[in-house]
Design a protein around this ligand. Structure first.
Ligand SMILES: [Zn+2]
Length: 63
């Protein structure tokens, strides 16, 4: 029984995750170097938490 996923050429197995928080007016959102981004929030605290959730979900260390 073979259930291995085929390797995809041209993709890095571990993309870098670097989260930055951008503010626009009273809203802010987090963006990551991997292409992920959070929805715009009015709470920077919530944005930071979502960014940390993303890093944790991807297995990356925050900071
Ligand atoms: Zn990421």
């Amino acid at each position: 029984m073979h259930s291995e996923l085929p390797a995809v050429p041209g993709t890095t197995p571990m993309p870098e995750h670097r989260v930055a928080i951008s503010e626009r007016g009273s809203f802010c959102h987090a963006t990551c170097a991997c292409g992920w981004y959070s929805p715009a929030r009015r709470s920077r605290d919530l944005t930071r938490r979502e960014a940390e959730d993303h890093l944790a979900a991807e297995g990356a260390d925050p900071g």
